[in-house]
Design a protein around this ligand. Sequence first.
Ligand SMILES: NC(=O)c1ccc[n+]([C@@H]2O[C@H](COP(=O)([O-])OP(=O)(O)OC[C@H]3O[C@@H](n4cnc5c(N)ncnc54)[C@H](OP(=O)(O)O)[C@@H]3O)[C@@H](O)[C@H]2O)c1
Length: 252
Amino acid sequence: MDLSDKLAVVTGGSGDIGRAICQALAAAGAEVIVTYVGDLERANASAARVREAGRKASVLQLDQRDEASIDAAAAAVAEHGRCDVLVNNAAWNIGIPFRELESLDSSTWDRVQETNLRGPYLLTRALAGLLTAGGGGRVVNIASVGGLYPASSSIAYSCSKAALIHLTHCLAVAMSPEVTVNCVAPGLVEGTRMAARLPDAVSEGARRGALLGQVGNPIDIANATVMLCQADSITGQTVVVDGGNPAAMNFG
Ligand SMILES: NC(=O)c1ccc[n+]([C@@H]2O[C@H](COP(=O)([O-])OP(=O)(O)OC[C@H]3O[C@@H](n4cnc5c(N)ncnc54)[C@H](OP(=O)(O)O)[C@@H]3O)[C@@H](O)[C@H]2O)c1
C-alpha cells in the first residue's frame, strides 16, 4: 500500500518509540493522528515532527483503559472520514522481577492487561469499519520480545505482550482480506523510559545476547512498522527488532 495521503493513527505517539513511528509514517507520506494519555506537550512535539516532514498532524487524547475514551477517540478519527493505518503502540510497564510473585498484585496485573491488551483490541474493533472501508487497511501492534521469552519488566507485561502477539494472529483472520494485521516485537531499547523500568539482569542479558553488538533502536522499529504497512502480502506475522538474540532466555 502506498502511504501517500493515507491517514494513520499512532497510539502512544507521544512516547519514545511512538514518536519515531509517527516520523517514519510521515516520511512515507501519511497524515498522522498522534494519541497521548496525559502528556500533551510530548504529543505536540511528535505532531511537530510530522509537520516538519510536510504532512498533516493532529493530537488526540486517549486512555485505552477506558472504553468510553476509546469510543470517543474512534468517533474523533471518524470525523476525518477515513482511517487507513492503526499502530497500537501505547503501553504501560512497571519493574517487578519475576521471582517477586507477591509484589505483582491484581490491580497491577489488571492495569497492564487493560492497557497493553484489552485497549488495542477495543480500539481496533472500534476502527475496524473505517479500516475495512478504505479498501486496504493496516494494523500494526507493537509487542515485545518479552511476549516471546520469559524476560521483561514483569510477568504481567510478558503475558500482555504474548497475548498481543496472538491477538495479531486472531485479528489477521478476523479482518482478512481487506486489512492486514502484523506485529513488531522490540527488545530492549536503550534510553527509553520503559527500558529504565527493566530489572538490571534483563537489560544486561539483552545487551550480552545481541548478536549484532547492539540492541534494537526506535528507527528500525519505526521502519519495520512502515514496511508492514506498505506490504500487500504479509499478515499475522511478527518482526523482532532486538539486535539478533535467538536464545533470549535471559531470566531476570
Ligand atoms: N522501550 C523499550 O525498551 C521497549 C521494549 C519492547 C517493547 N516496547 C514497546 O514499544 C511501545 C512503545 O514503548 P515506549 O518505550 O515508547 O514507551 P513510552 O515512552 O513509555 O510511551 C508509552 C506511550 O503510551 C501512552 N500510554 C500509556 N498509558 C496509556 C493509556 N492508558 N492509554 C493510552 N495511552 C497510554 C503514553 O502516553 P503519555 O505520553 O501521554 O503518557 C505514551 O505515549 C510499547 O508498546 C512498549 O511496550 C518498548
